[in-house]
Design a protein around this ligand. Structure first.
Ligand code: 13P
Ligand code: SF4
Length: 352
């Protein structure tokens, strides 16, 4: 049974945690158009305290993609960023337990890079329309049609697809890595729209490559339209439009800046402009609302249903006693071949 002092100190701890959370979240939308309140932060404080305690006990590291809820990013995550940054952190982590708040292909990448760690996901249903668009056998059939092509997989792919690839890329290094490959013919999977953006960028750079692609798209970024950009520019003079390379090419062409979620954040933080339109998932908008509240972000973002499956309760459960479906397991041979494609990415990626 708790003593009065223990209860008092727990209450004090909870108040302090609620204040810490509120300082980070007060400018962030907890749902479209609704800001976090102190009461809401007070409501989740016992849970973030419990997760942070469990994390210390288990020597665990929590990696979170910028698209997950701000309460995860600012409440419990140790590292937050884009797919490239998180894969570097997963490799460096050397932690016995890694909780990956993102989507399953990201956690698989962490397991490939830290095979001795227990890697867990809050929700096994957190797929990705790109990663789920192609299986290993499908890529093998496609490779047979283009035996001379270098096979490049976007990191949003399964471990099996990575294992069939010569090199993996992320949104932050896709142009530079493909440009550096000696092969002229490239089989790029699984994002058709990113492949179109690579073709356009290579036209601009004067790079002579043939890019063949499969037919996957991101359900979030595929839904943006050039019309939205034109309307916003009329409404907000001086607007800067920032897009992800998973967007359709006409949207990317209409944007002022196209880059990974990490690069989009850096662009907004360092560019003086009266307004910004972010054509990406709303989690990134939340990060900017928290970190640069003076910037005026004019909406337009969309929700990724997979990223939004992450929740504090599920993180707590995955840390306390992970269910078998929360644990990432990979065939060791597949994992070793997939590691080769990711390590080649690390070797070829530009360093900035
Ligand atoms: P980033 O690597 O740019 O964060 O992209 C990941 C993703 O899933 C975008 O939809
Ligand atoms: Fe996949 Fe798109 Fe969601 Fe990113 S935003 S995880 S690419 S479905």
């Amino acid at each position: 049974m708790k003593t009065d002092t223990a209860i008092a100190s727990t209450e004090h701890e909870t108040e302090a945690e609620a204040e810490r959370l509120f300082r980070a979240l007060l400018n962030v939308d907890c749902e479209p158009g609704v800001k976090w309140t102190y009461e809401a932060c007070r409501g989740i404080a016992p849970l973030t305290l419990e997760i942070n305690r469990l994390k210390r006990e288990r020597n665990a590291v929590i990696l979170a993609h910028s698209y997950v809820g701000a309460e995860i990013i600012y409440g419990v995550a140790d590292f937050t960023g884009d797919s490239y940054y998180l894969s570097v952190q997963a490799k460096k982590a050397a932690a016995p337990v890694i909780v990956f708040a993102g989507v399953v292909f990201m956690a698989e990448t962490a397991k490939i890079l830290s095979p001795d760690s227990l890697v867990v996901v809050p929700d096994r249903g957190s797929g990705c329309s790109l990663a789920d668009s192609m299986t290993g056998p499908e890529l093998r059939r496609l490779k047979a049609l283009y035996p001379d092509a270098a096979v490049v997989c976007y990191i949003n792919s399964t471990a099996e697809v990575k294992a069939e690839s010569d090199v993996c890329v992320t949104s932050g290094n896709v142009y530079d890595i493909i440009q550096r490959l000696p092969e002229r013919r490239i089989l790029f999977v699984p994002d058709r729209l990113m492949a179109e953006n690579v073709r356009l960028e290579f036209q601009r750079r004067g790079v002579d490559k043939e890019i063949i692609s499969s037919d996957g798209t991101c359900i979030v970024h595929d839904a943006f339209a050039a019309r939205q950009v034109a309307e916003a520019r009329q409404r907000y003079p001086g607007l800067k439009v920032v897009a992800h390379p998973e967007c359709p090419p006409e949207v990317a062409a209409a944007a002022d800046f196209v880059g990974s979620t990490g690069a989009m954040m850096r662009y907004v933080k360092t560019t003086p402009a009266p307004y910004f339109l972010l054509l990406t998932e709303c989690g990134l908008v939340g990060r900017l609302q928290s970190e640069v509240p003076e910037k005026r972000l004019v909406g337009g973002c969309r929700l990724c249903p997979y990223m939004k499956m992450n929740a504090l309760e599920k993180i707590r459960d995955a840390l306390a006693a992970p269910r078998p479906d929360q644990i990432i397991t990979l065939d060791p041979a597949t994992s070793a071949r997939a590691a080769h494609a990711i390590e080649r990415m690390f070797a070829l990626a530009p360093t900035d």
